[in-house]
Design a protein around this ligand. Structure first.
Ligand code: EPZ
Length: 427
C-alpha cells in the first residue's frame, strides 16, 4: 500500500496546473450513455475514480478510449451498450456509480444498479434518487442489495418512457440533481427540479447535455426546468476545472507561506473559500484562467460552517481546518452536510494540533508549530488535509493508505514537488 513521505517546513512557490473536476467528469462520463453517437470529453483528470467509472461503463458494453497523451481526452461510444447494470464489486468502491441509474432508465427504460453501501464520511443513502425516479414513472425494487428499476412497458410492449414531473427532494442533493437532470432530458414532457443543487459541476453537466441537444434552463439556480426530447446526439465537451483541487492548493500555500499561481483555477467557483482565506490574511488575485495566492507568516484562524453551494463547501472543510491548526487564535468548524466528516481531526492531533470535537462542531486553538508523525488517511479530503499539515510540520510525516488521495487528486505529489515541497511516494 503506497505511502507519502513529506519533510515539512518548505515555502511553496511557482505555478500549478489545475486538472478537470472529478465531480464533473463522473456525471459527464455517465451522460454519454444517453446517446448512440460518439461523445468526446477533454480535460478528464487522471484519477482512480475516473478509472473505476470507465471500468463500470465498459462493463455495460460501452467503448471507451482514454488517450492519456492528449491531456485527458476520453472518447465514448455507447451505441453497443448491451447490459444496463452496475455490479456491487464496482459500485462499492465508488458511490458515484449511482449516476448511471438516470441515464440508463432514460435510454433503455430499465437498469440494475447496486446500492452503494456505506461510506467513511456518512451513511449517504440514495433514497432521494429512488424517490425522484419513481416520481418520473420508474418502478424501483430494492432486492439483494440492488436497485432493480424498470419503466412499465407501453401498450406496444416496448420499454416505457419516463415522464416529466415536478421533483422536490427532502434535502439538496448533488448527484440526485444530476441523476434527475440526465433522466429528464429524454423523458416525455417537462421536469422541474424545485430544490436543485447549484454546484458548478451541475452547470457544467447541463452545458454538456445542452450541447447534446437537451433543453435545460435554470441550471446553477435552485430551480431547473428540463423539456424532454426524443433523442440526444454526440458532442465534444471540456470538463470544468476542479474547484476543490484549487481550494486544496490555496489552503496548502496559506499554511506553508509562499507565492503560487494556479493556472485554470476558477475563482468564481470558490467565493466562500477565497473570502475566508483573505480574511485569514492571504493575498489572492484572480484573472482570466489563473489565481495567484501569496501568504507570509501565521495567518488568522477562521471559523466557518459547511453548507450547500454557494456556501462553504463540505469538500473543503478538512483542508481549511488544516490551515486553522497552525493559524493564530481559536476557530470553530461546523459540518452540516455529513455526519462523520471529522476523521482527520484525530490524525492532526497526533502532529500536535489542538482540536476538540463537540458533535457537529470542531473547536481548534492554533499552535505555533506541528511535529511530523506517521498518520493514516481515512477518506479523500481527509487525506488531502493530512498532506497540508505534513507540509507544515517539522520533520517527517508519513501518510498511510493514500489510495484515498489517488481517488480524487491528479498527480498531487508531482504538482507539490513542482512548487518546492519535499514530498515523495513510498511504494
Ligand atoms: C456529492 O456527493 C459529491 N460527490 C461529494 O464529494 C460532496 O461532498 C457532496 O456532493 C456534497 O457537496 C460527487 O459529486 C461525485 P449529496 P453526493 O447527495 O451527491 C444526504 C468528494 O470528496 N442524502 O449532495 O453523494 C446525504 O447523506 C465527494 O469529492 C440523502 O440522505 O452528496 C448528505 O447528508 C465526497 N439521501 C446530503 O444529503 C439521498 O438520496 C448531501 O448529499 C441523497 C443525499
Amino acid at each position: 500500500m503506497d505511502k507519502l513521505l513529506i519533510r515539512g517546513g518548505r515555502r511553496l512557490a511557482g505555478t500549478v496546473d489545475i486538472s478537470g473536476a472529478k465531480n464533473a467528469a463522473l456525471p459527464e462520463l455517465c451522460a454519454a450513455l444517453l446517446t448512440t453517437d460518439v461523445v468526446t470529453l477533454e480535460n478528464v483528470p487522471g484519477l482512480q475514480d475516473v478509472t473505476t467509472m470507465l471500468k463500470l461503463i465498459r462493463n455495460m458494453g460501452v467503448q471507451a478510449e482514454r488517450a492519456e497523451a492528449v491531456g485527458g481526452r476520453v472518447t465514448l461510444d455507447a451505441s453497443g451498450l448491451s447490459s444496463p447494470e452496475a455490479p456491487y464489486e464496482l459500485v462499492k468502491t465508488m458511490r458515484a456509480s449511482v449516476l448511471a441509474l438516470g441515464p440508463l432508465l432514460a435510454r433503455f427504460g430499465e437498469a440494475t444498479v447496486s446500492l452503494p453501501g456505506g461510506c467513511a464520511i456518512g451513511s449517504r443513502p440514495v433514497d432521494q434518487h429512488i424517490k425522484g425516479l419513481q416520481a418520473m414513472g420508474s418502478e424501483i425494487l430494492v432486492e439483494h442489495g440492488y436497485m432493480i428499476a424498470k419503466v412499465p412497458s407501453g401498450p406496444d410492449g416496448q420499454p416505457g418512457r419516463l415522464k416529466g414531473c415536478r421533483i422536490t427532494t427532502d434535502m439538496v442533493t448533488v448527484t440526485g440533481t444530476e441523476n434527475f437532470m440526465m433522466a429528464a432530458t429524454l423523458a416525455e414532457g417537462e421536469t422541474i427540479l424545485e430544490n436543485a443543487a447549484q454546484e458548478p459541476e451541475i452547470g457544467d453537466l447541463a452545458e454538456m447535455l445542452i450541447k447534446m441537444g437537451a433543453q435545460i434552463e435554470g441550471h446553477g439556480s435552485r430551480r431547473i426546468r428540463i423539456q424532454g426530447v426524443p433523442r440526444l446526439h454526440g458532442c465534444t465537451h471540456r470538463v470544468v476545472a476542479d474547484r476543490i483541487e484549487t481550494g486544496t492548493f490555496l489552503c496548502a500555500v496559506a499554511a506553508t507561506g509562499g507565492d503560487v499561481v494556479l493556472r485554470h483555477g476558477r475563482a468564481d467557483h470558490l467565493d466562500a473559500v477565497i473570502d475566508k482565506l483573505r480574511e485569514a490574511g492571504a493575498v489572492i488575485e484572480a484573472g482570466e484562467g489563473f489565481i495567484r495566492i501569496r501568504a507570509h507568516g501565521r495567518l488568522q484562524a477562521q471559523s466557518f460552517r459547511t453548507t450547500e453551494y454557494p456556501g462553504f463547501p463540505t469538500d473543503m472543510q478538512a483542508q481549511f481546518m488544516a490551515l486553522n491548526t497552525i493559524a493564530q487564535g481559536a476557530s470553530t468548524v461546523t459540518e452540516t452536510i455529513f455526519e462523520n466528516r471529522f476523521m482527520h481531526v484525530n490524525e492532526m492531533v497526533r502532529l500536535g494540533a489542538k482540536i476538540q470535537i463537540e458533535g457537529k462542531v470542531a473547536v481548534s486553538e492554533g499552535v505555533e508549530s506541528l511535529s511530523g508523525a506517521t498518520v493514516m488517511a481515512t477518506d479523500l479530503r481527509a487525506s488531502a488535509s493530512l498532506v497540508i499539515v505534513g507540509l507544515v510540520a517539522e520533520g517527517q510525516t508519513i501518510i498511510d493508505r493514500i489510495y484515498h488521495l489517488d481517488r480524487g487528486y491528479d498527480q498531487m505529489e508531482a504538482k507539490l514537488r513542482g512548487i518546492g515541497a519535499d514530498i515523495e511516494r513510498l511504494r
